[in-house]
Write a protein that binds this ligand. Structure first.
Ligand SMILES: [Zn+2]
Length: 491
């Protein structure tokens, strides 16, 4: 029997016509093991989804499963009060025509429906643009951490697809994904295979060893450079990068897969019990490496950071968007305003905005909640460009609070400002992806030529923003990309 790793002669004969023999068997086992290890290393199942995207992006073939949705007839909406995403006042007496996936025409008076058009009478209700969540995790929103770290990736994707439909049914027609392997889900949604929001993917959040998002079991340590990747990394949930060069590598890998922006972790976070909020992770040169890679692809880096020192370091490195920022001080707010930096923050005000936490995670959450009011007050006072996001994680129950989070904003903003923030203002942040924008066109507004993403709410004013906390009752029409996903208007 040959020693392991040594090949028997290629022309040796197998007994009784068999295709193998005892001398080949160790070789076969070794080969099988190697193939298995390679598939596993490459995140084979994740790769299947990505490979469809690759085929399409290489112009080789349209993926077989991706059948174009049948065309819908033109739809003419009548008898609604329009909140267009930018102006405060509601406008009545209009007709709105959707053709294909765009708003074709908005006109006053009685508009005649084109041939074959469906006419929808909105009964005097409010029409508004679809909501945008600027900080969402399509893969992580509804599954607990232990499941995410150990379950078959197929199950994780299927659960995320189910949650994507729930997200759309809450009226969120677009989300910006700030970490997680969302590329295949995005493609399936875009191809019309499963219902869900438009996704602006970051791919894997990039973090240091021991930084926020490094949820590896300690049994995975120590990692040696070039050594095998952890499950968390193979699935693209988070990537560990401990030098500027590693940041470049991982950032380029996300862009290769279609990331619309890059997410770097600047410090500790709530969901990482081994971190504290005060700690730094990336140095300024490491941040700069990510910023340069993103800039070379004409997009930007978003950095997870709570305290002022982390925010200032990220800005010094050229970062243009801060995620969270709950612990910033006045000087940092002034700096953000001066440099025109986006603040993508979330109104965490209560324990139940997160699944039950213990230990350091709970300490971190309480620090965030304690900072929320100051952060919003500073953002308003200094007129920082402020995006609305929810960052709800790890619980299907908590994920249902996406609309509730929006209503938390009434502490600082009036209703029109809240709706503007969750539509046209958030769309301004999405547009930062420039040529990496996966949906070039107007989002977050209702105007001619914009994508036909819109909601009809069971109300004749925007005075009661609390309606959006119960979308199952209050949303009568949900349209995304010109297609109606919910129609609960009385016949
Ligand atoms: Zn997040």
């Amino acid at each position: 029997m040959p020693a392991e790793g040594r090949r028997p002669p290629a022309d040796h004969l197998h007994p009784s016509g068999s295709s193998t023999c005892s001398c080949c068997l160790p070789q076969l086992q070794l080969a099988t093991h190697r193939i298995g290890r390679e598939l596993s290393r490459r995140g084979f199942i994740a790769g299947m989804g990505a490979s469809l995207a690759t085929l399409a992006s290489l112009g080789l073939a349209r993926p077989a499963g991706a059948q174009a949705a049948p065309p819908t007839p033109p739809i003419l909406f009548r008898n609604f009060l329009l909140f267009d995403g930018t102006s405060t006042a509601l406008r009545g007496g209009l007709g709105l025509l959707v053709e294909g996936n765009r708003i074709k025409l908005i006109a006053t008076g009685e508009m005649a429906p084109p041939d074959g058009a469906r006419v929808i009478d909105c009964g005097g209700r409010v029409m508004m643009p679809g909501l945008i969540d600027a900080h969402w995790h399509t893969i992580f929103a509804a599954l607990p951490v232990p499941v995410l770290l150990s379950a078959d990736i197929g199950y994780i994707y299927l659960a995320a697809a189910a949650q994507a439909e729930r997200t759309l049914m809450r009226g969120f027609t677009t989300v910006r994904d700030l970490g997680g392997p969302s590329f295949a889900l995005k493609q399936a949604i875009d191809d019309g295979l499963v219902p869900g929001p438009r996704i602006y993917p970051s791919g894997a959040a990039i973090t240091t060893t021991g930084g926020h998002g490094d949820l590896r079991p300690l049994s995975d340590l120590p990692r040696s450079p070039g050594g095998p990747l952890s499950y968390m990394e193979r699935t693209g949930s988070a990537n560990i990068a401990d030098s500027a060069d590693e940041v470049r590598l991982r950032a380029r890998e996300q862009l290769l897969q279609g990331a619309s922006q890059i997410k770097l972790m600047g410090g500790g976070g709530v969901a990482s019990p081994r971190t504290t909020l005060d700690m730094f992770t990336y140095s300024e040169p490491e941040f700069r490496a990510g910023v340069e890679v993103a800039a070379d692809r004409n997009t930007y880096v978003a950095v997870h950071a709570y305290p002022s020192a982390q925010i200032q370091r990220a800005i010094a490195a050229g970062v243009q968007c801060i995620e969270h920022g709950h612990l910033m001080d006045e000087a940092t707010a002034r700096l953000m305003a001066e440099k025109d930096i986006w603040l993508s923050t979330q109104p965490f005000i209560r324990d139940d905005d997160f699944p039950p936490l213990t230990g350091q995670s709970r300490i971190n959450l309480l620090q965030v909640i304690a900072g929320t009011n100051t952060a919003y007050a500073l953002a308003k006072e200094h007129k920082i460009k402020t995006a609305f996001g929810t960052d709800l994680l790890f619980s299907s129950t908590v994920a249902e609070r996406q609309g509730v989070m929006l209503t938390h904003l009434t502490r600082w903003y009036d209703n029109a400002d809240i709706l503007r923030m969750a539509t046209s203002v958030n769309a301004g942040l999405l547009a930062m992806s420039g040529p990496r924008n996966p949906y070039p066109g107007k989002l977050g507004v209702i105007e001619e030529g914009a994508f036909a993403d819109l909601l009809v709410i069971d109300s004749n004013s925007i005075d009661d923003i609390a309606l959006l906390a119960s979308p199952e009752k209050s949303l009568m029409i949900i349209m995304k990309d010109g297609r109606i996903y919910k129609d609960a208007l009385p016949a």
